[in-house]
Design a protein around this ligand. Structure first.
Ligand SMILES: NC(=O)c1ccc[n+]([C@@H]2O[C@H](COP(=O)([O-])OP(=O)(O)OC[C@H]3O[C@@H](n4cnc5c(N)ncnc54)[C@H](OP(=O)(O)O)[C@@H]3O)[C@@H](O)[C@H]2O)c1
Length: 426
């Protein structure tokens, strides 16, 4: 009952996983009832210093040999990026080897093709670690909740941005110094673009939406904005209004189509996701029968992520040892993707205006004239200028954009200083 495992990529996650396969082999065998034998660990640079030592013959710089070696029964892809990872995964699946991967970028971009290749070969493609690191969410969505009509999935799926936003909320720190601290502590890369611009979260949002609604959503279908423009002053005003900011992945199916987006969102401070702080991740699922579910925990890190990968390896190994064709886990039917402009959103608006009679009436008429209605308004006075804070009722994104553009044109409005989407209370 031994399964030969070949790992492509021996960095943060692959290194931790390989080390655990070697040092916890007996414990895994006792608990899972099967023996996992690490055959290869493919890296780019053989000479690079590594935190763990590996037996002779395990390290290789020839990933294609790992896929092709007959002693490798199961391939684990932890290289990251699109290529050569994508073609190696496809090659493994086509040759009848199950694959486990943590590569959200690859799954979001080529998941449908890869899942179909796995189905055609009767093997699994598992990717629990691709969203939320150690948090079990892929299997709950594709198996445990397969019978639920999920209406909404909200995710804090990027630890770097959640750490930065938590710093900004706790200490009133500006974005730039919160980012610098995240970089010092290793939570953010030297080039943080993929995280702070919402690109990483968009890949994960696409995967969550595809599994939740059974309609394939690619990363290119996800509307995205990052957190770079958020100002400390708006976090402070929003806190007074009972909200705090999160980079939220929002996937919803209102019956008029599936909409998937990633942007800074003010959430009510008593929402379950408001408790998710620092680099933690969480996914909140809503459905008519389960009501609300919250999955939370460490969204990254070598050992936490390796645990999720190891779980997939054990599942896949059990299927291999059972010897049967693996039935498809998910089905993607035709479905309509809803244009973001049609989606109903609410906004927080901060306007810097002249403080004189009639200003408020002009502003209210401009907002209302674009089919947006005001839920609440606060005026903060200052000599001949005033700051106005509005929260709007949900109405189509397109109407809000028109209203914001029209406000910017008014002579009495010095500046539309901030416009941030708000999650309406549920
Ligand atoms: N890090 C996390 O906390 C985390 C969490 C969830 C998911 N993930 C996902 O897990 C995957 C791996 O992430 P990671 O953080 O472990 O990445 P990483 O530390 O950058 O490691 C990548 C590994 O792949 C090897 N590699 C890259 N290109 C290669 C090539 N062409 N041929 C052979 N080896 C190659 C590198 O070799 P060298 O060592 O020689 O450079 C390195 O060992 C990514 O898809 C990531 O998105 C990571």
């Amino acid at each position: 009952m031994t399964v030969g495992v070949g790992i492509l990529g021996g960095g943060t996650v692959g290194g931790a996983l390989a080390h655990r396969l070697l040092t916890e082999r007996q414990a895994i065998a006792d608990k899972a009832g099967l023996s996992l034998d690490l055959r290869y660990l493919a890296v780019r640079e053989l000479g690079k210093p590594r935190p763990y030592a590996f037996p002779a013959g395990v390290l290789t710089d020839r990933p294609e040999d790992v896929v092709n070696d007959p002693s490798v029964n199961l391939v684990v892809e932890l290289m990251g990026g699109m290529e050569p990872a994508g073609d190696l995964v496809l090659q493994a699946l086509k040759s009848g080897k199950p694959v486990v991967t943590a590569n959200k970028e690859l799954v979001a971009a080529r998941g449908k093709e890869l899942i179909e290749a796995a189905e055609a070969s009767g093997v699994s493609l598992l990717f629990e670690a691709a969203v939320g690191g150690a948090i079990p969410i892929i299997r709950p969505l594709s198996e445990s909740l397969a019978g639920e009509r999920i209406s909404e999935v909200l995710g804090i799926v990027n630890g770097t941005t959640n750490y930065i936003l938590t710093q900004m909320c706790d200490n009133g720190a500006p974005y730039s110094s919160a980012l610098a601290k995240a970089q010092d502590l290793g939570y953010a890369e030297a080039d943080p673009t993929a995280d702070v611009s919402g690109g990483d979260a968009a890949s994960k949002a696409a995967i969550l939406a595809s599994l939740s609604f059974g309609t394939w959503v690619g990363s290119e279908d996800v509307y995205r904005e990052g957190i770079e423009d958020l100002l400390a002053i708006d976090i402070s005003y929003a806190a007074d209004l009972g909200y705090l900011p999160k980079l939220l992945a929002v996937a919803s199916d209102t019956g008029e189509g599936v909409s998937v987006r990633v942007h800074t969102t003010l959430i009510p401070s008593d929402h379950p996701l408001a408790t998710v702080r620092g680099s933690q991740n969480a996914v909140y699922v809503k459905g008519p029968d389960v009501d609300e579910l919250l999955f939370a925990g460490p969204g990254a890190g070598g050992d936490p992520t390796a645990t999720a990968v190891l779980g997939d390896i054990i599942t896949s190994s059990r299927e291999l040892l059972a010897g049967a064709q693996v039935p498809p886990r998910v089905r993607f039917g035709p479905g309509r993707l809803r244009a973001f402009e049609e989606v109903e959103t609410s906004w927080y608006l901060r306007l810097e205006v002249m403080d004189k009679p009639g200003v408020l009436a002009q502003i209210a008429a401009t907002i209302g004239g674009n089919a947006v209605s005001i839920e609440s308004m606060v005026q903060l006075g200052r000599d001949d200028e005033a700051t106005l804070l509005f929260i709007t009722h949900p109405s189509p994104e397109a109407d809000h954009r028109k209203a914001i553009a029209a406000l910017g044109e008014l002579d009495v409005v010095r500046q539309v200083a901030a416009a941030i989407r708000v999650l309406p209370p549920t």
